[in-house]
Design a protein around this ligand. Structure first.
Ligand code: NCD
Length: 309
């Protein structure tokens, strides 16, 4: 079996197409494992992983923890709310203290963009970025592409539109990198104020009309408006946002083709997507969650095999 070109997963920006292929092949194997009656393999019995969450999370945190446990790793969990970070400790000190307890790998979610890159340069452990502010969320993008590949056969050549708050979304940026790396065509769609200037330089097109974007795409990835990252108002009202960028059943039914609907969660039902769409056969939202465990098992397994060498 091949090996990853990197020792950390800090962002999709830092990995290659070969890395993505290797992660997906490995995830195929682990997906088969987690559908067995005994959903566990002993592969990482000698590895200890710390999950450091300095920002809220439900899915990602549970998904990483399940992935680690299904590989038989020892797992310790840390959340900023109940830690000495509140007493003024620096990130490097916090992590070095944890590492001195013989931890091999750190999975970290942090509000500051670049926190994972910074840590990887200062501590002696393999770092997995579980979301760094509005920057990258590489495992989400990997599980998203893996789910497209599962539903549509391949990612190359597919038309994918990412809809919503592109400006504040680490899911959007990591997805753009991952989809382009695999040869998909990518558009972003949302209010002009929530689309970063010069985003075309990443090889994507901007479409501000949702209907036109849907008519073009095979896959629509609907993102949440990240109100917690906004200190000013980017659109007049939620009602207006819903009218222009919300995906509902009537709009979907009015297209003369089938499209695959994705969402990274958490969903704001009735805002970016209505319940009847989120719960329809077009949506692969829960497949994404299920695939997340297999993809994270693959990432952790492949990074751990580099530590063991
Ligand atoms: C996303 C995140 O935290 O970046 N959720 C996730 O990880 N599944 C997206 C979001 O918060 O809207």
């Amino acid at each position: 079996m091949g090996e990853l070109s990197v020792n950390h997963l800090l962002g999709i920006k830092y990995i290659t197409k070969e890395d993505v292929d290797l992660i997906f092949e490995t995830a195929d194997h682990f997906k088969e494992v987690i559908n067995r009656p005994i959903k566990k393999v002993p592969s990482l019995r000698d590895i200890t992983i710390a999950n450091l969450f300095f920002e809220n999370s439900t899915r990602t945190r549970l998904s990483f923890e399940l992935a680690e446990k299904r590989l038989s790793a020892d797992v310790v969990n840390f959340s900023a709310a109940s830690s000495s970070v509140k007493k003024g400790e620096t990130l490097i000190d916090t992590v070095n203290n944890i590492l001195s307890m013989k931890v091999d790998m750190v999975v970290m979610r942090h509000p500051n963009p670049g926190a994972g890159v910074f840590l990887s340069q200062h501590v002696n452990a393999s770092i997995v970025n579980a979301g760094d502010g509005a920057h990258e969320h590489p495992t989400q993008a990997l599980l998203d592409s893996y789910s497209i590949r599962e539903r549509l056969g391949e990612v190359a050549g597919k038309n994918v539109v990412i809809v919503g708050d592109i400006l504040h979304s680490r899911v959007a940026l990591s997805n753009i990198f991952a989809l382009k790396l695999q040869g998909a065509n990518v558009k972003v769609c949302g209010p002009q104020t929530l689309i970063p200037k010069h985003i075309e330089k990443l090889g994507v097109e901007v479409e501000t009309n949702l209907r036109r974007a849907l008519e073009w795409c095979d896959v629509a990835n609907m993102l949440r408006v990240q109100n917690e990252r906004m200190d000013i108002s980017y659109f007049p009202s939620t009602r207006e946002y819903v009218q222009q960028f919300g995906l509902n059943k009537a709009l979907l039914d009015s297209l003369d083709k089938e499209i695959t609907i994705m969402h990274p969660g958490p969903i704001n039902r009735g805002v970016e997507i209505t319940s009847d769409v989120a719960d329809s056969d077009h949506a692969i939202i829960l497949d994404q969650v299920q695939n997340g465990v297999a993809v994270r098992m693959a990432v952790i397994y492949l990074l751990a095999s580099k530590i063991k060498q």
